[in-house]
Design a protein around this ligand. Structure first.
Ligand code: CU
Length: 168
């Protein structure tokens, strides 16, 4: 190698390894435009972190989606939905999948010919997940519809309707 070729090689190496020179290496990185340069600065460790973040975000969205179906749904009732009872109940027990906020939870009961049934002050039992509502009217034979609304302790509203029949 002659001395001039050696000098040129050194000069090239020097200029391309100096910050501020060799713009193809030190060009500004753009997040919106993933380039080979961008990908190169993401170390294997950072890739793993991003994978973890993606996993956490996916899991979180699944949890939220699942929760939309989970909060304060009616689990069971006494008298049970679609049941026929011989004895007129003196109270309704509605058990939910979550604890309720009593102030914003309650029932409306309608009897045959949609006549309103008088109910007393509801109360919560069973870790606030069972709403007990006294029935002040004496229920006669017929089909009764319970329209319930609930506010769960986590602040979500749900509502629903079920019926039972009194057949002494
Ligand atoms: Cu909820």
């Amino acid at each position: 190698m002659n001395s001039q070729a050696e000098f040129q090689t050194k000069a090239f190496r020097t200029s391309s390894s100096r910050p501020g020179h060799g713009w193809d290496i030190w060009r500004p990185l753009s997040v919106a435009e993933p380039t080979a340069v961008n990908l190169r600065i993401i170390s294997p460790g950072r890739k793993t972190k991003m994978k973890k973040l993606f996993f956490v975000a996916t899991a979180a969205s699944l949890v939220f989606a699942g929760h939309a179906f989970a909060h304060a749904q009616l689990k069971s009732a006494v008298p049970a939905a679609d049941s026929t009872v011989k004895q007129a109940p003196s109270e309704l027990d509605l058990t939910f999948t979550e604890g309720l906020n009593l102030k914003f939870s309650g029932v409306k009961v309608a009897g045959p010919q949609k006549a309103a049934v008088k109910t007393g002050q509801g109360m919560l039992m069973n870790g606030d997940s069972t709403l007990m509502v006294p029935i002040t009217d004496k229920l006669t034979a017929g089909k009764y519809t319970v329209e319930w609304h609930a506010l769960s302790a986590d602040g979500h509203k749900t509502s629903g309707t079920y019926s039972f029949t009194v057949a002494p």
